[in-house]
Ligand binder design. Sequence first.
Ligand SMILES: [Fe+2]
Length: 352
Amino acid sequence: MMNQASGLSQSAQARSSVMNYFDYTRAKILIVDDHPLSRMTAADLLLLNNYEVLEADSSLFAIDYILEQKPDLVLLDLMMPRLDGFEICKLLKQDERTCHIPVIFMTVADEREYRRKGIEVGGDDFLIKPLDRFELLTRVKSLINQKRLNEGLDQTEQVLFSIAKAVESRSSESGSSCARISALAQRFGEYLQFSQEAIDNLVFAAHLHDIGTVAIPDAVLLKKGELTPEERELIHQHVLIGEKICQPLRNRRGVLPIIRHHHERWDGSGYPDSLAGNEIPQLAQIFQILDIYDALTSERPHKKAYTPAQALEIITEETAKGWRNPYIVEEFTAFISQIQQEKTGCSVYLPQ
Ligand SMILES: [Fe+2]
């Protein structure tokens, strides 16, 4: 049975009329889950944040319903009778009418095998049940932003974004670091009161910064052991190759310096041009901190995810070595602390 979400609790209904911090065109989200309680939990959280919510309690008719309703995002339970979440996602991503709709899987267990299979069928992200409010809203907002960004792209940009997505899924198990960096870039840019153009350049860079790794062989890019000097030099080439690939971006010239210089270091020990201090374009200095913070706080095959406080401590240590701009790191630390306070109600330990 499909319906407009009606399971909103009374308190949620009362609060939804006064809470409205999602300030652009109302996005439509479909929840496909055979468990009424799970659907109701997700629907309540989304309705409170001014999303339009649709529900489907059976996977059998979900595809037809998606074609009819054209949601901006689908929250998909993995384990359902008959068609499971993987099968529905695969069908959606194979159909040109629905392949652009982001899909978030909901699952009770964070199994690596699920993630691998989810990426294989084109899923965009994972959430673990019971749903965490902050995680749900962050992922949903980030993917809807990304979908709207994609809708506004010209043909060249669309091709480059598709290549970048394929490149990312080749080297990342989570498959969503670009979306996370993009959301972080948007918020940090707003925090710094940057112009919309500067924020857009950071967001574009989040998706395109490592596109040049397309030319790096698997044997080097995915190598587990230590790299030889020749292999390291090859990896360093990704910034130059990326800049070249993105040259045709006529309306986004501001993203090119970020792609080229996102591995420079404040003390001049980075690459490709060994620029130092404010010779490094400011947006590239900012972007590299977002990139590093995301890498530190995400799980990778060789490491666990660090907490925000641990990640800030590592970035602060690197700043003391002379690698990062101390003023930007100070702003970033205050920004993350603010986010953590919003999320948990507690402030994050601030490195001195
Ligand atoms: Fe890079």
